[in-house]
Design a protein around this ligand. Structure first.
Ligand SMILES: Cc1ncc(COP(=O)(O)O)c(C=O)c1O
Length: 345
């Protein structure tokens, strides 16, 4: 990035992203994800978020339905609504480790269904879909002729020897899959704002048109930084993955010791998603805790720890705790959370 600045690589680039980066991303998708893609199948955008929004705007007409699996990444339903389409929420449960019950899931499709959004590893649950789940999802997408937007931004943050499986690698359904990734999570480059989409040429053309009217190319400087991240040594990626796994183990062990907490162990991403419903109905300083918002406020006021209420992700029984922080901060935060929740018991 510093070289890019010093060489005055600071002007507009091609709207779709610089060819070198598009080619490097295509190569990454071929190598890591077994996708059959080339430069024309790649669009570089200002963050994975813009890639997802471009995808939704490209395929949805007003009144279309998009199936969103809860607990979901907060922005999916809102992006669908911004496209004047309708999110149809499918609830998964902690008891099933937030995996899909396909007998129920199959009933959700209507003649208005345009797409399914999936996110494995998941924010907020850490659930990783297995190959057989991807096969079933692909079968449904083919049967109902719908797109699959597969948000794979946490691909590299995966634990317990689980394997990341890209639905776009299933040949029969590949043209209906829009794969999203980016540099935010794998390289901790959240502020650089580089995301990318792999899709069939038509979707890329449509998304590119939308992007050209809204933002044009993502930052030229960030594109050069992303190219370096993707093509340079990948050693740090696995070092960080191992570090996140240690933090995951530590966070889960501490949380599960708290009386009243239950939790499905996250196999990827960097969030714990414990159920706090057993604390509903308790009170502190005359305030009743009725939901995930109240308990988040309680933890902010009494433990001075910021967690995200599960309602934001479509699950009121839970809170989301990030374990991306340093081991020291995690220790302090978890000690305070334990003390505060114990005071409610
Ligand atoms: C599931 C998921 N998708 C997409 C994004 C957005 O990524 P980016 O920072 O590249 O826009 C995030 C960021 O938190 C995320 O958790």
């Amino acid at each position: 990035a510093i070289n890019a600045i010093q060489n005055n690589f600071t002007k507009y680039t091609q709207n779709e992203g610089i060819p070198e980066l598009r080619e490097a991303v295509a190569e990454k998708f071929r190598r890591d994800n077994n996708l059959d893609v080339h430069l024309d199948n790649i669009l570089i955008s200002s963050g994975g978020k813009q890639s997802i929004y471009n995808a939704i705007l490209s395929i949805c007409n007003p009144g279309d339905e998009v199936i969103v699996i809860a607990p979901y990444y907060v922005s999916y339903p809102e992006m669908v609504r911004l496209a004047n389409a309708e999110p149809v929420i499918f609830q998964t449960n902690e008891e099933d480790d937030f995996h899909i019950d396909f007998a129920k899931f199959g009933q959700l499709f209507s003649n208005r269904t345009k797409a399914i959004i999936i996110n494995s590893p998941s924010n907020p649950t850490g659930t990783v879909y297995e190959e057989d789940e991807m096969t079933k999802l692909a079968e449904l997408a083919l049967k109902h002729n719908v797109y699959v937007i597969s948000d794979e931004i946490y691909e590299k943050i995966i634990f317990d020897a689980k394997k990341h499986y890209s639905i776009g690698s299933i040949k029969e359904v590949a043209r209906q899959v829009i794969t999203i990734n980016g540099v935010s999570k794998a390289y901790a480059m959240t502020g650089w704002r580089i995301g990318f989409m792999a899709a069939n040429e038509e979707i890329i053309k449509l998304s590119s048109k939308i992007q050209s009217q809204v933002t044009s190319n993502p930052s030229s400087i960030s594109q050069v930084a992303a190219l370096e991240a993707i093509t340079g040594s990948q050693d740090q990626v696995d070092i960080m993955r191992q570090e996140y796994e240690r933090r995951r183990d530590y966070t889960c062990e501490r949380l599960l010791k708290i009386n009243g907490i239950t939790m499905s162990k996250p196999h990827g991403a960097f969030y714990a998603f414990p159920s706090v419903k057993r604390f509903f109905g308790r009170s502190y300083k005359g305030n009743e805790i009725r939901n995930s918002l109240d308990i988040s406020k309680f933890l902010l006021d009494e433990a001075r720890v910021a967690v995200v209420p599960g309602t934001a992700f479509g699950s009121n029984d839970h809170i989301r705790i990030s374990f991306a922080s340093s081991a020291d901060d995690l220790d302090k935060g978890l000690t305070r959370i334990t003390k505060a929740l114990d005071s409610l018991n």
